[in-house]
Design a protein around this ligand. Sequence first.
Ligand code: ADP
Length: 482
Amino acid sequence: MKILSEAELLQDRCYIDGQWLDGAERLAVHNPATGETIGSVPRLGAAETRRAIDAAQAAGVAWRALTGKERAGYLRRWFDLVLAHTEPLARLLTAEMGKPLAEAKGEIAYGAAYIEWFAEEAKRVYGDVIPATQGDKRLITIKQPVGVVGAITPWNFPNAMLARKIAPALAAGCTVVAKPAEQTPLSALALARLAEEAGIPPGVINVVTGDPVAIGGELTSNPLVRKLTFTGSTEVGRLLLRQCAGTVKKVSMELGGNAPFIVFDDADLDAAVEGAMVSKYRNSGQTCVCANRLYVQDAVYDAFIAKLSARVAALDVGNGMDAGVTQGPLIDDKAVAKVEAHIADALEQGAAVVTGGRRHSLGGTFFEPTILRDVTPAMRVAREETFGPVAPVFRFVDEADVIAQANASEFGLAAYFYSRDLARVWRVAEAIEAGMVGVNTGLISTEVAPFGGIKQSGCGREGSRYGIEDYLEIKYLCLGGI
Ligand code: ADP
């Protein structure tokens, strides 16, 4: 296996039909910790996207004709290369996104795990034989790749969100045109460079950077694209769903969340605090499964806040490249403004700051890890995803009350609760409206389990044995005259 240098991984051109393509206009990429420009990528639009779609369509003919085992071989080589390049990929990720280097390494391993998993699943796409109701017929289903897939990904997991979409698509026999977030295109291009190195044929993976509206417009309107998979905000998801309606595309949407994190008074409080730290402050609160609303039962409310604030005080804010840093900067000024607005709104309506609450003295987009107490359902933090390091702590009285509050949201991605009462665990797990529920844990994501939401958090599942289904169509064969 050839190991590429950091410079070779830093691609500043787009990958279309196996060619590295330049563009006259450029998009600068910044390091959110320092404000420095670390590179630039082409600002491409509809015409180049069309070219990539045509390439993906053409490449799909041979790619889908391979056996699952053959496609698995390509994915496996890609997986090995990604893992072998963990260190430079993680450094690039931290540079363009800001998360601490240890978390970035974790993300590379997490993204690679999806490639490995779907390399394995490529060999396990089964059909059915259905018992017929007429003696002269035989009923069979086969699974076939959807076709060309458009993939639009966000900046908060620049590597893993892309790997999680491309790997199942390729395993199923689909080809992909991907558009990474404009803040973090370099991680995506580095992944494409490694796919090229793995020998994945030209046109099977294409990465187009540039104008989201132009590229998204082409991906959603071009009839050759048979599926759109998107991870991002609910607002953009709704728009893309509307745009996909014109050509009736299959869609997978991983949209916003507003995860409740419930601590019952029978919980192991230390474990709950540990879970809240992981779930709330990972990636400085910038994940769609981050605890957004912490509900703590009356009797343990003060004790929980005391323990949590001791842990939050020990967080180390700084440049993610520096050793020991656990909280990087927020992605941009817009993100900081939202966090500030949520805090100001809560304080105006009677909440109190336990710790943090302000921009960090480091300046830029650094923000103090924050805890708010005496938070009520009337405040914005109850309804909207904050996407920052703010833990608003609500007080609740009983189980029915907290389930009603937790479910009073248009979102339904992740939820968490802590309890040691087995009957309650079942009751609450069944009652909570979410696609994923962490019970006595704050960390639920793994490639072997289905990731996805209900309600306005989206549709479709990523990872697990279910994840490949999003890239397959069922074809029913009815054999008569037997
Ligand atoms: P965030 O607000 O967290 O940046 P977005 O939903 O805006 O989340 O972004 C997620 C992805 O969607 C990014 O790749 C972004 O470029 C893309 N995007 C944003 N607006 C559009 C659009 N109108 N059409 C297509 N893609 C878009």
